[in-house]
Design a protein around this ligand. Structure first.
Ligand code: AHR
Length: 497
């Protein structure tokens, strides 16, 4: 009908590149995120490649993970990198004070991390310890990883079995300095950043991008103070925002079995990401008009109440169709701000918060969020394309409303034009007409994620409750292409002429 939403894409005005690192992951020493989720050790009965779970590695390779952030998070600011090198049976045991107070035997350390990213074909984002470490420790870790000299530090790496230096794509100087990283004020952290960064040296040509730990939610003071006061090497400022259905840290909301008003509230909360990025971009555009600095959302995702009967400090939660929609909405926002948002990391990759994968001993299940990463692979390093929506629909609950549809368009590396559409409304399907200026579209081919219920999810006994299905649409005659987008769904299609 004439009052249906209509999307018109302009492929003649290409926008920013959608950096593939927007699809980055986060793996912290937290709960079963690393131990059991990724690393089981060579002697495990669970099938493994040199200690890494074969099933998890294979599944992650399918979604082309570009980047993994490690070892935290809060954990990073207590981590002693020397604990995690050398013969495994001689590594010291510590207590993971942030996450469940469990023993950390350091079986997974620097060498294991780089082996993981090599197995995944991904790049490394290493987060240094500013909170309890000192500049020498941080500098020597960097030297250990990247050095090519005959120094005692680099020789130690060789002795531990690795001759060639590793490549580090990003290096974080502390984490959440406003909170678990030391409860600092921005000006104090900016001084510390300058202090530590003075000593962070690598051989020429192997410098990582250096990341300053920034703010959260509406607080832009971190972006402001850091972009004004950091004189030493800094390539980007990070930002964290978690989606809580209730916005209340004491009772966040449940991961399954929630009512529609929590579906609505969750999507409303997650779309605040757009507002936060805009606020920070405004500050950056003033202090860094040449756009040298990136804005890295290096922690984001849903955070629900812990599941009954599980250790609350392990942050294990189920993942439903709602999480799939949350992921896709965030991607569409990141694409829109691809000029500044060059990297993000969802929290977290396996068994923690909004995970791609859940494991239970030898069993593994892929979450709806995993499938969204799969669909959106075509956007990695694509070029964003501007579009307009006429007659935008809305999704209403009571007197509140959200956009009915969220969209993003880009030209993929393969030259094809891709469109993603998210239907936020859990009750109404929507008919969207799609047009590309100057092109006669004949068809759309892609994949769709949806389900009958808002909290549809995969379990170890029923792992295929929610998986992508094929989607095709053909233009009728010379009319515009009509796409029927089911209620509560995520669609990614290639548009063809
Ligand atoms: O992702 C879980 C935790 O959330 C991280 O360790 C910390 O940086 C944030 O508060």
């Amino acid at each position: 009908a004439e009052d249906n939403p209509k999307i018109t894409i302009d492929s003649t005005r290409p926008g920013a590149t959608i950096n593939r690192d927007i699809y980055g992951q986060f793996a912290e020493h937290l709960g079963r995120g690393i131990y059991e989720g990724i690393w089981v050790g060579k002697d495990s009965e669970i099938e493994n490649i040199n200690g890494f779970r074969t099933d998890v590695i294979e599944a992650l390779r399918e979604i082309n993970v570009p980047l993994v952030r490690w070892p935290g998070g809060c954990f990073a600011d207590e981590y002693r990198w020397r604990d995690g090198i050398g013969p495994r049976d001689q590594r010291p045991v510590r207590v993971n004070t942030h996450w469940g107070g469990v023993e950390e035997d350091n079986a997974f350390g620097t060498h294991e991390f780089f082996e993981l990213v090599e197995l995944l074909g991904a790049e490394a984002y290493v987060n240094g310890n500013l909170g309890t470490g000192n500049p020498r420790e941080m500098a020597e870790w960097l030297e250990y990883m990247t050095g090519t000299s005959n120094s005692v530090v680099v020789e130690e790496r060789r002795k531990n079995g690795r001759d060639a230096p590793w490549k580090i794509a990003y290096f974080g100087v502390g984490n959440e300095a406003w909170g678990c990283g030391g409860h600092m004020r921005p000006a104090y952290y900016a001084d510390l950043y300058n202090h530590f960064a003075t000593f962070l040296k690598t051989p020429r040509g192997s410098e990582p991008k250096f990341v300053a730990s920034g703010g959260h939610t509406t607080d832009t003071s971190w972006t402001d103070v850091l972009s004004k006061n950091v004189q030493r090497q800094m390539d980007g400022i990070s930002f964290h925002f978690y989606t809580l259905p209730t916005a209340n840290w004491d009772d966040k909301g449940e991961s399954t079995g929630f009512p529609e008003d929590q579906w609505f509230a969750t999507l409303w909360q997650t779309l605040r990401m757009d507002e936060f990025i805009r606020l920070n971009k405004k500050v950056l555009d003033k202090n860094d008009p040449e756009k040298k600095l990136g804005f890295y959302v290096d922690e984001w995702g849903t955070w629900y109440n812990p599941e009954e009967g599980r250790e609350p400090g392990f942050l294990y939660q189920q993942n439903t169709l709602r999480d799939a929609v949350v992921a896709a909405l965030n991607f569409n926002v990141f694409h829109e701000h691809a000029d500044r948002v060059h990297m993000t990391n969802i929290a977290q990759m396996v068994n923690v918060l909004q995970a791609m994968i859940l494991t239970d001993k030898e069993k593994m299940v892929l979450t709806p969020t995993y499938h969204v990463y799969d669909l959106y692979q075509v956007f990695q390093d694509a070029t964003a394309l501007p579009f307009e929506i006429e007659n935008p629909s809305s999704y209403r609950v009571g007197d509140q409303s959200l956009p009915g549809i969220s969209a993003s368009a880009a030209r993929g590396k393969d030259g094809q034009i891709y469109l993603s559409l998210v239907n936020l409304d859990p009750n109404q399907s929507q008919n969207i007409s799609v047009d590309v200026k100057g092109l006669e579209l004949t068809r759309a081919d892609g994949r769709l994620i949806t389900a009958d219920t808002m909290d549809a999810h995969n379990t170890f006994v029923a792992p295929n409750q929610i998986v992508p299905g094929d989607y095709q649409a053909e233009a009728e005659g010379s009319g515009a292409l009509q796409l029927e987008v089911p209620a509560k769904s995520v669609l990614v299609v290639a548009l063809k002429n």
